[in-house]
Write a protein that binds this ligand. Sequence first.
Ligand code: PDD
Length: 280
Amino acid sequence: RTVYLNGQYVPETEAKVSVFDRGFLFADAVYEVVSVIDGKLIDFDGHVARLHRSMAELRMPQPPGREELLTMCRELAARNALTEGMIYFEVTRGNPGDRDFLFPSAELQPTIVGFTQNAPLVDRPQAESGVSVVTLPDRRWQMAHVKTTQLLYASLMKAEAKACGADDAWLVRDGFVTEGSSQNAHIVTKQGKLITHPLDSSILHGITQSAVLELARQGVVEVETRSFTVEEAKDAAEAMVTAASAFVLPVTRIDGVQLGDGTCGPITRKLRETYIEFAR
Ligand code: PDD
């Protein structure tokens, strides 16, 4: 693969980052994942805007501009013949040359990396069969709206979910589902309403969910923004996750409880189809 590092396109084996980079020592870094279908970047501007918001929250100076990031993504897709999959990019606070908790001078150049990942996004068996989740405690820091590379807890919960025989984890704080380990979580009640968590600091404000909810409101389903409990989720007609790497995927099992007939429900299917059509 050809990867991007600080303005250059290099073979992945030649891309070197210092051991003193704050991304490595402090997870002092933010990232984005942009999906690609037929070589087209999906919701690129939304991802750039969120990267800039994440950097502002962490007082990271020198955000890379939209044009620089767009050129990087287009070049990476072209050089790696990416037609369907994801582009990952990350900005760290940079390499101050030593380990020090205090933020370095604002003059320090950030480290910028990007790479591509091939993956089938449109045709996936899980779009029909759905995914199973187990609910696990949300012990992440309380700035989950900032998209940092501090992903150890998400990895730990995914491993825990796998060990339980499930595909993924839904995280729970005070009895309420916040979100998935790396996706936003939504349910459709038996009364036919889509329930989605409020956009506060306990969840990542998903770019995919924002587009999907917008489409949902245009006549697919009534949307209610409030948190929901684990019990409500298990009693729901349908459940789903949204993320750049998933688009919309049905959740058909929560803590071993099957939802509906155990396959993708009609509202989830409609939202997935509508979103893919809109994204193409
Ligand atoms: N994950 N919530 C969390 C905790 C996430 O990590 C993600 C994205 C989302 C969905 O956000 P979006 O729709 O903007 O992708 C929600 C990415 C895909 C990842 O870490 O791979």
